[in-house]
Design a protein around this ligand. Structure first.
Ligand SMILES: O=C(O)CCC(=O)C(=O)O
Ligand SMILES: [Fe+2]
Length: 371
């Protein structure tokens, strides 16, 4: 159960960095000022060559990051045809026979890349598992599609030696890799620009975070959520993301399935909006802002009776970078420690891994995967 009640108080439960958290539900006089909707921001200005336009955009983005941690990016400039084609490819992939998908079962890799079957994820321990199937790919500097996006001189050899991704090899699934890489490439370019807007929004030079994002950790997760029929189920349990930020393209279901938690413990629906994606602040932006920006808790419940697909793109700093709170956001003589990006990421991944079911889908002993 993700909501509990004592005699006088109700709490919403979630996982933040693997640590169970809870928020009291505040209503009536006890309610605090918080958001009740996700703002929409017009991103046309991200492409302007006038700094004042980009600064104006950054001001709106900064306010949304502080007050909500989520916003819609409209007029983002990413080719709609690429997004539509990727959704088609993702649907076709999930329609493939289970044996074809299981060829790349994520438990065969250290970084959890490849196919994740229904109920294997379990972000909310009080549920029977996440009612979704997914496919995860990410930074892998042996995939030539990615090398084209980076400056090879910036790549430490330790990161180029071993493959991390798994791609299906069955003839019926060969369409999937090029489709995902078209999407990946578009989202990668947009994310680099967006990182500049975030820096401006913090009163920093646009390129402030570039030096620690030359060969970023990245992920695309393609996800299929079947309709859920019980309120006790969840598509993905309440959590925060562990990257700089996430871009979510979601299919157009009539019923809003993605929900974000506001300061009063109320779930706010994120209704799909045409030609937009949803952006959310994640843990590394929260860390570098000393918590001034929120890595907002969210979850998916697909209650509307339709199949739902989404394609979150996660964008992180370099694995071998260290991040700390930016100078002007440090408070008084409080001590701040830098955090190793790769270590933090791996810690979160390991927590996710140990909360995943064993490969045969049985509840019970949660062992480490067989590689
Ligand atoms: O499917 C969605 O809309 C969001 C998925 C999500 O939160 C995640 O994969 O981290
Ligand atoms: Fe998420």
């Amino acid at each position: 159960m993700s909501t509990t009640q004592t005699e006088t108080e109700t709490y919403v439960h979630y996982h933040d960095g693997g640590v169970p958290g809870r928020r009291r539900v505040l209503t009536g006089k006890a309610a605090k000022p918080t958001f009740s909707a996700v703002p929409k921001i017009d991103f046309r200005r991200i492409y302007s060559d006038k700094l004042e336009d980009r600064q104006e955009l950054a001001k709106e983005v900064g306010a949304a990051c502080r007050d909500v941690g989520f916003f819609y990016a409209v007029n983002h400039g990413v080719d709609e045809a690429v997004l539509e084609d990727t959704f088609e490819a993702v649907k076709k992939y999930f329609d493939l026979p289970t044996e074809v998908k299981m060829e790349t079962h994520n438990q065969k890799t250290e970084k959890f890349r490849g196919y994740e079957a229904f109920l294997e994820g379990k972000l909310d321990p009080s549920t029977r598992g996440d009612l979704k199937e997914g496919f995860l790919m990410g930074e892998d500097f042996t995939d030539p599609e990615q090398l084209a996006l980076l400056s090879p001189a910036s790549l430490p050899t330790s990161l180029t030696s071993a493959p991390r991704n798994q791609w299906p090899s069955h003839p019926s699934a060969l369409f999937f890799r090029p489709a995902i890489y078209r999407y990946y490439t578009s989202m990668f370019h947009f994310s680099k620009r967006l990182l500049h807007i975030f820096a401006l929004g913090l009163g920093l030079p646009e390129t402030h975070f570039d030096a620690i994002t030359t060969h970023p950790m990245t992920n695309v997760r393609a996800v299929h959520y079947p309709p859920q029929h019980s309120d006790a189920d969840v598509g993905i349990g309440a959590h925060t993301d562990f990257c700089w930020f996430t871009l979510v393209c979601q299919s157009r279901t009539a019923y809003p399935a993605l929900e974000v938690l506001n300061g009063n413990g109320i779930w706010i629906p994120v209704q799909p909006q045409p030609a937009s994606f949803v952006v959310n602040v994640a843990d590394f932006l929260k860390l570098v802002t000393g918590g001034t920006w929120q890595s907002t808790v969210h979850r998916v419940r697909n209650m509307g009776g339709e199949e739902r697909y989404s394609m979150p793109f996660f964008f992180s700093p370099n694995e071998d970078a260290r991040v700390g709170v930016v100078e002007h956001l440090r408070k008084g003589d409080k001590k701040y420690e830098d955090i190793g990006v790769g270590e933090y990421f791996q810690k979160r991944l390991d927590i996710d891994r140990t909360t995943h079911l064993d490969g045969d889908g049985k509840e019970g002993e949660r062992k480490r995967p067989r590689y």
